[in-house]
Ligand binder design. Sequence first.
Ligand code: AMP
Length: 138
Amino acid sequence: MSAYDSDNIFAKILRDEIPSTRVYEDDDTLAFMDIMPRADGHLLVIPKTPCRNLLDATPAQLEAVMRTVQKLAQASKAAFDADGVTIQQFNEAAGGQEVFHLHFHVLPRHEGVPLRPAGQMGDMDAIAQHAEKIRAAL
Ligand code: AMP
């Protein structure tokens, strides 16, 4: 497995070198909106410390991230009056990973509504409104 690259896009988000729509953070984790949302409210949860993915994460990183994943899953389900929540997490390119800083996708889901295709840029005004709904539910 390759070494962690501190110039990956989520490391730059953590350092505020590129913009993001943050919805929650604590000492160990950050949650921000995905810019290519596959569902309204699609967000990402990451540790603030470096690791590529689940395969090299420490138990402490995983524990902190999963606490935040649960908090944001509950908040986004409430914010969108969703019927369920999908959690996705990919490891290495062969596993579908594109950004090599550990992240969990949190996707509020409604009965019978499929995920939108991957790779389509979202409307930034709509994403900002969705972030506000999630913040209000926290
Ligand atoms: P994956 O590594 O396959 O889990 O995919 C990376 C995810 O990061 C995709 O859902 C992208 O839409 C998302 N993404 C990429 N760049 C940014 C960014 N600058 N801000 C927010 N989300 C991003």
